[in-house]
Design a binder for this molecule. Structure first.
Ligand code: S3P
Length: 168
């Protein structure tokens, strides 16, 4: 409870913002992807390849349940697909105040076009994949969020100021 939670599409800056925010707020940052990789002793790409996406989604929900038991007043950054599941949105609300880092498709494409660590964006035409998934997910992100922070064309300082002034 009382956590600051960062949600948003892959490449919107959750990890970097989480880290920088942790210095400003004097809170530690927990990343659900990293927690899952630690528990599973393998990378997200390996988990997707060996077990499939449904398995990974169940691991995300299990991770949130565990955080509810153990985590107060920290920063939690979650994988881009986590808020899509309704149960996860409910758990996020219980965990704390949710900030949606909202980015345009082109911004995300610019950052992730050469990335090989996101299984959902591999293959031909990542821009179309990004646009399609973003359109599908944006309503879920908005539903889960207490505060929407647009990150396009903003410096990290501006983004952090905006989050900090809204933290309750
Ligand atoms: C995913 C986002 C990734 C990671 C996995 C699936 C998604 O996290 O959880 O590759 O479905 O959007 P980031 O948002 O930290 O890249």
């Amino acid at each position: 409870m009382g956590n600051v939670i960062l949600i948003g599409f892959m490449g919107c800056g959750k990890t970097t913002v989480g880290l920088k925010l942790s210095y400003r707020l004097w809170r530690t940052v927990i990343d659900t992807d990293k927690e899952i990789e630690k528990e599973e002793q393998r990378t997200i790409s390996d988990i997707f390849a060996a077990e499939g996406e449904a398995y990974f989604r169940d691991r995300e929900t299990a991770c949130l349940r565990k955080l509810i038991e153990s985590t107060n007043n920290q920063i939690i950054s979650v994988g881009g697909g986590l808020p899509v599941r309704e149960e996860n949105r409910r758990l996020l609300r219980k965990l704390g105040q949710v900030f949606y880092l909202c980015a345009r498709g082109e911004t995300i494409y610019g950052r992730l076009k050469d990335d090989t660590t996101r299984p959902l964006l591999q293959g031909d035409d990542p821009l179309t994949k990004i646009e399609t998934l973003l359109k599908e997910r944006d309503p879920y992100y908005r539903e889960a969020a207490d505060v929407v922070v647009s990150v396009d064309d903003k410096s990290f300082e501006q983004i952090l100021d905006e989050i900090e002034k809204n933290v309750k």
